[in-house]
Design a protein around this ligand. Structure first.
Ligand SMILES: Cc1cc2nc3c(=O)[nH]c(=O)nc-3n(C[C@H](O)[C@H](O)[C@H](O)COP(=O)(O)OP(=O)(O)OC[C@H]3O[C@@H](n4cnc5c(N)ncnc54)[C@H](O)[C@@H]3O)c2cc1C
Length: 410
């Protein structure tokens, strides 16, 4: 087994590194301080061809894989976590779900919008349905050739700056019969009924808005309903399958942030002198650096494996759920450790807002929460190890309890 990148992949990585270090890095502190969406970075990424990289050539993209996306995301995140996240959502998540399950018209629309510089928003979470995402109550009622959507989402990344929204909702037919869960494509700036609510005051990654999304009689044409194979009944499972790409992407941002912090700590430890010598000469710090490098190497291996393995697991075009979960859990926890160790190595400067370490530590903190918490992803992993589907919903837990009671009674 070899993990060698091809020449084309190395070229892509080098191009991303140049752009990240020359253009994105100098803007990172201001993006955090101003809490404003870095439109200039979006423009730079779009011009460089880093938006819609996974869009097939037939639709105007480059038809690259998730591994290529990961290489670009890693470079961006190593200098600016926010830009890393933008690069994820411009290539994975909603766009890859639409390019896999969508109709011709949906694919063409999504490709045009993303290649034009839009970072789509994926809208799943609700105030009462976080980890238990399948308990969402947002509903899409069929009325003729339209779906009317009502409900409330929150923690929507890019609320107010994204045009394309992929909204998950419970689907009801005209007779009021529930059909399952589907995705609905709505354009934020053209659709009455899609209202951006409160922006969350976040700990980190402050250049990207996290907002509520209020859906009030939002009308989506039937032609913009994303129906995965197996119909709405299989909708949630299939859409979550697509979400595995986003999980690998989130893990990559965590990895990138940690890498950036580690590089700074490595340099600083050779420049800063105490007791008449560079602090890197103290064995205690050498071991910290060694541990950081181990965390990074292990996280990178898991992420590259999950990304490169996309499409090699059954019929799915996406990364394997187990590999994606392992990669995200490990990388997100490694990022918290590594950024904190790097901050420690900077001493008081690590704690100062004049230096980037405190921003990186704040940015890294998110990834064990968003996109499936570390606890839920461990449940995903365990369910595969135990080869059974562990219940994710309240009903599921009840059914399991009832089955156990029946078995005990027998
Ligand atoms: C910065 C950020 C960006 C986000 N972006 C988006 C987005 O773009 N779109 C979107 O739809 N959502 C988004 N989210 C929402 C995110 O996916 C949810 O926050 C996440 O799924 C957890 O839901 P919750 O916050 O409601 O926590 P809860 O589900 O309330 O969980 C609370 C705690 O209980 C634990 N827990 C819950 N159930 C179990 C269980 N069965 N076993 C063990 N532990 C359990 C959790 O791990 C957690 O520690 C984002 C969140 C953040 C922080």
């Amino acid at each position: 087994m070899t993990f060698e990148l091809s020449d084309a992949q190395r070229d892509l990585q080098a191009r991303a590194r140049d752009l990240a270090r020359s253009t994105i890095a100098p803007r990172a502190a201001e993006t955090d301080r101003s809490e404003s969406y870095p439109w200039a970075n979006v423009e730079a990424l779009t011009e460089a061809g880093f938006f819609g990289m996974t869009v097939p050539q037939t639709y105007g993209g480059q038809g690259l894989g998730f591994l290529e996306t990961v290489l670009v995301v890693e470079e961006m995140a190593s200098v600016c976590g926010v830009t890393g996240r933008i690069a994820v959502e411009a290539n994975m998540g909603a766009i890859s779900a639409i390019m896999t399950y969508g109709t011709e018209a949906q694919k063409k629309l999504a490709a045009d919008v993303v290649l034009g510089g839009d970072k789509p928003a994926i809208c799943i979470t609700e105030p009462e349905a976080g980890s238990a995402a399948s308990e969402m109550t947002t509903r899409a009622d069929k009325r003729g050739d339209t779906y009317v959507i009502n409900g409330m989402k929150h923690w929507i990344t890019g609320g107010g700056v994204s045009r394309l929204h992929l909204i998950f909702a419970r689907v009801f037919d005209e007779a009021g019969q529930e059909q399952g869960i589907g995705g609905f494509i709505a354009m934020g700036d053209e659709t009455p009924g899609l209202i951006v609510g409160k922006r969350e005051p976040t700990m980190g990654l402050r250049g990207i808005p996290e907002t509520e999304l209020i859906l009030e009689d939002l009308e989506v044409p039937e032609a913009m309903a994303l129906v995965p194979p197996g119909g709405f009944r299989r909708g949630f499972a299939e859409l979550m399958n697509a979400y595995n790409s986003q999980r690998v992407g989130a893990g990559t941002v965590a990895l990138g942030i940690a890498e950036g912090a580690y590089r700074m700590a490595l340099d600083y430890s050779q420049e800063r002198e105490q007791f008449g010598r560079p602090i890197c000469e103290f064995q205690g710090l050498q071991w910290m650096l060694a541990d950081m490098s181990i965390q990074l190497a292990a996280a990178r291996s898991l992420i590259y494996k999950a990304a490169a393995g996309a499409g090699q697991h059954g019929d799915s075009a996406f990364p394997d759920a187990l590999e994606a979960a392992q990669a995200k859990v490990f990388a997100s926890e490694a990022a918290i450790k590594v950024t904190n160790e790097a901050l420690q190595l900077f001493g008081a400067r690590g704690y100062s807002r004049d230096f980037p370490l405190e921003r990186m530590a704040r940015d890294a903190r998110m990834f064990t929460i968003g996109g499936g918490t570390a606890q839920i992803l461990r449940t995903v992993i365990a369910s595969r190890l135990l080869e059974r589907k562990l219940p994710q919903t309240r009903d599921g837990h009840l059914k399991l309890a009832q089955q156990k009671t029946v078995r005990a009674a027998e």
